[in-house]
Design a protein. Structure first.
Length: 257
């Protein structure tokens, strides 16, 4: 079948479109431009789809940006709200077996290798700590510290190495202790920005301030009482966990974040 016969079966609008797309000439667009435009459009569409999928994965995986908890309870600035967090809220969560993980945390300030670092002091109450490590492990000893990637770079620290941590006791007397860097942390903006900050246990924070001696225990208790703690929680998967979490949030909504 000849070209003329094939063309005869196409409407005039189709023939004009094909002619404009494929023919070269002084007033016509070359086929390469048309193909390049199509490829660019498809590439942009694919990039958008990939970005959207990546963003959806990030949003649905809060552990990737330092927030593997589902909710937290904290002082809202009202009188006795911290006492309520430390008392009824914590006790109710501990009694509820549908709450799978509970972690106590507090934002504290320490000095690492001469740099001021906003730090999360934490204690797991049930299950693994609700914090994330990029690599290495989470702190559990009194001389363990985990650093954000940017903080590690700023302080000249390295994974497996040691850093000098300085923190003042309740009387304002500074104390210096060597800590081992046991992990790189994934922390959110609460520590000053992504990649910033550090993590240690509450026990490590209090022991660094209170040197060994007769007054050490009393010193540690005084520090613990003064900490503005928050409670990070994660429920068991499924309807039972969702219902339990919703119940606690409803009961203590002014303290829920």
């Amino acid at each position: 079948m000849g070209r003329a016969a094939a063309a005869a079966r196409l409407p005039a609008t189709a023939l004009i479109g094909i002619s404009h797309a494929l023919d070269r000439g002084r007033d016509r667009s070359p086929v390469g431009t048309a193909i390049a435009g199509t490829v660019a459009a498809v590439a942009a569409l694919c990039a958008t789809a990939v970005f959207g999928a990546s963003l959806a994965h990030l949003v649905s995986s809060p552990e990737l940006y330092g927030a593997p908890f589902q909710a937290y309870f904290a002082d809202n600035g009202q009188p006795d709200s911290q006492a309520q967090v430390n008392g009824p809220v914590l006790n109710g969560l501990r009694r509820d077996q549908a709450i799978q993980q509970i972690t106590l945390g507090a934002f504290v300030a320490v000095n690492v290798n001469g740099h001021h670092v906003r730090t999360v002091a934490m204690t797991p109450v049930r299950g693994a700590p609700l914090l994330s490590a990029v690599d290495g492990r989470l702190p559990h000893g009194d001389r363990d510290i985990m650093l954000g990637v940017a903080t590690m770079r700023a302080t000249g620290a390295r994974l497996g190495g040691t850093v000098l941590v300085r923190v003042s006791d309740p009387a304002g007397v500074p104390h210096e202790t060597l800590f081992r860097v046991i992990g790189r942390a994934s922390l959110n903006a609460g520590t000053g920005g992504l990649g910033q900050g550090a993590v240690m246990t509450i026990s490590a924070f209090t022991s660094a301030q209170c040197p060994a001696g007769p007054g050490q225990h009393a010193c540690q208790l005084r520090i613990r009482r003064g900490l503005a703690t928050v409670i990070l929680v994660r429920a068991v998967p499924g309807p039972a966990g969702s219902a339990a979490l919703a119940r606690h949030i409803l009961q203590y909504r002014p303290l829920t974040y």
